[in-house]
Ligand binder design. Structure first.
Ligand SMILES: Cc1cc2nc3c(=O)[nH]c(=O)nc-3n(C[C@H](O)[C@H](O)[C@H](O)COP(=O)(O)O)c2cc1C
Length: 393
C-alpha cells in the first residue's frame, strides 16, 4: 500500500516482556548473562562445561578479556535527539542490522543436541550473521540450509592438506557463505588444564569433525569409509587438522583459491595487522581465542586500539573476547571495532534453551545495545568513537 514497513526499534523488545508480565507471564529464558551462565553450568556435562568455560593455563587471559572492559567507562551525553536509531553496519557490501556476529564456536553438539543447526536458525530468525567453524558438529551444507537466506561466513582451520583446504572453501562458496575467516592462533592445541584433568578432547570421539567426514577429499584419502573404520578417520583428522608451518607468504594460496573476502582471526599486534593488509587480506578479527590459546596474552579490548590505528580504515576490524553485554559491545565499537563476535555467551544460551534460547539472548542483547546507544546520546555507531569513553584510573 505504498507504506514502507520499518523494523521496530530493537529496544521495543522489552515492552513485550513487560506486557506479558501483565498476564502473569515471566520470561522463559534468563535475561542476565550471569544467570544464563549459572543455568548453563547446571545443564551441561562436566566435560562440556570444562571445554567451553575453560581456557589455556591458569586462565589469566580468560579473565583479562573480561577485566579489560571494566577499565573503560561510558560517559553519556545529553539532549541530542535519540528518538530514532540505526544500528546497522555495512560490511563487504552487505547491510547488517547490527554490529553483532555469532562467532565461530566448534563442537556445539556437546552443548545442545541441535548444535549448529539451532544456532543457524536463531541467526536467521534475528538476521544476525553467523560464522560457522570448520570444527562443527553439523556440515557446511546442513547449516547453510538451516540458515536460509541469512548472511553467513565460514571459519577455516587451515589443514595440512591443501586439497582439503580448497575443498572446504569450495563447499562454503557453493553453500552461500560470504566470507572466509582464517583462524591463525590454533595451529597447535594449547595446554588446557580443565580438559586435561578430565582427559577430554571431543574430536577424538568423532565429535566436531562432521565437515571432515563428509568431505570428498578427506574421504578419498582413507582406505575405508569413516562409517566402516571410524578410528582410522579420526587418526587422519588428527594428521591433517593443521599446518603449523604456514607463514605470511602462504596466504597467496587462499587468495588464489577464493573470491570471498578473507579475514584473519587472531591478530593482536599492530605490525601483524599491517602485514595482513600488505598481503591483500580484506579484514581482521582481533582475538585471542577467548583466552584458550596463550595464557597471559593481551586482553583483546587492550589490543584493539593499536590494531585499529595500524589499519587506519583500510579494512574492517572486528573483535571478540569476553563480550557479555551491550555495554561491552559499545566499548569495543567506540574503540574502533566495526563489529563484535559472541562466543561463550551464546553457548550458554544454546545450552539452556537451544534455538529459542539463542533467539532470546540475541533479541535481549540487541534491545540492550539499542538502549545503551540511545541513552549514551547517539543514534548510530558511526557517531561513536573513543571520546564516548574514559579510562578508569
Ligand atoms: C567452546 C569454544 C569453541 C571454539 N571454537 C572455535 C573454532 O572452532 N574456531 C575459531 O576460530 N574459534 C573458536 N573459538 C573462539 C571463539 O571464536 C572466540 O574467539 C572466543 O570464544 C571469544 O571469547 P568469549 O567466548 O570469551 O567471548 C571457540 C571458543 C569456545 C569457547
Amino acid at each position: 500500500l505504498g507504506i514502507v514497513s520499518e523494523r521496530p526499534p530493537f529496544a521495543d523488545y522489552q515492552f513485550g516482556i513487560y506486557l506479558a508480565g501483565l498476564q502473569g507471564e515471566l520470561p522463559e529464558h534468563p535475561i542476565s548473562a550471569a544467570e544464563l551462565e549459572r543455568k548453563a553450568a547446571e545443564v551441561m556435562t562436566p566435560e562440556a562445561l570444562g571445554y567451553v568455560a575453560g581456557g589455556a593455563g591458569a586462565e589469566h587471559t580468560v579473565r583479562s578479556n573480561r577485566d579489560g572492559f571494566d577499565r573503560w567507562r561510558i560517559v553519556p551525553r545529553m539532549l541530542r535527539d535519540i528518538g530514532r536509531r540505526d544500528l546497522s553496519v555495512e560490511l563487504f557490501g552487505r547491510t547488517l542490522p547490527a554490529p553483532i556476529f555469532l562467532g565461530p564456536v566448534g563442537v556445539q553438539s556437546i552443548v545442545h543436541d541441535d548444535a549448529e543447526i539451532a544456532t543457524a536458525k536463531a541467526a536467521a530468525a534475528t538476521e544476525i550473521p553467523m560464522v560457522l567453524s570448520t570444527a562443527s558438529s553439523n556440515t557446511i551444507e546442513d547449516v547453510a540450509e538451516a540458515n536460509g537466506a541469512s548472511p553467513r561466513w565460514f571459519q577455516l582451520y587451515w589443514p595440512s592438506d591443501r586439497e582439503l583446504a580448497a575443498s572446504f572453501i569450495r563447499r562454503a562458496e557453493a553453500s552461500g557463505y560470504e566470507a572466509l575467516v582464517v583462524t591463525l592462533d590454533t595451529w597447535l592445541l594449547a595446554w588446557r588444564p580443565r580438559d586435561l584433568s578430565l582427559a577430554y578432547l571431543p574430536f577424538l570421539k568423532s565429535i566436531g569433525i562432521a565437515n571432515y567426514l563428509s568431505d570428498p577429499v578427506f574421504r578419498a584419502a582413507l582406505e575405508a569409509p569413516p562409517e566402516e573404520d571410524p578410528q582410522a578417520a579420526i587418526l587422519h583428522f588428527v594428521r591433517v587438522f593443521s599446518d603449523p608451518t604456514v607463514t605470511w607468504d602462504d596466504l597467496a594460496f587462499l587468495r588464489d583459491t577464493t573470491t570471498m573476502p578473507i579475514l584473519l582471526k587472531g591478530i593482536l599486534h599492530p605490525d601483524d595487522a599491517r602485514r595482513a593488509i600488505d598481503h591483500g587480506m580484506d579484514g581482521i578479527v582481533v582475538s585471542n581465542h577467548g583466552g584458550r590459546q596463550v595464557d597471559g596474552a593481551i586482553a583483546t579490548i587492550d589490543a584493539l586500539s593499536g590494531v585499529v590505528s595500524a589499519v587506519d580504515g583500510a579494512v574492517p576490524v572486528l573483535m571478540d573476547g569476553g563480550i557479555r553485554s551491550a555495554s561491552d559491545a559499545f566499548k569495543a565499537l567506540a574503540l574502533g571495532a566495526d563489529a563484535v563476535l559472541l562466543g561463550r555467551l551464546y553457548m550458554w544460551a544454546l545450552a539452556v534453551g537451544g534455538e529459542a534460547g539463542v533467539v532470546a539472548l540475541l533479541r535481549g542483547l540487541l534491545a540492550e545495545l539499542d538502549l545503551t546507544l540511545a541513552l549514551s546520546g547517539y543514534r548510530s555507531f558511526r557517531e561513536v568513537d573513543a571520546a564516548a569513553l574514559v579510562r578508569d584510573s
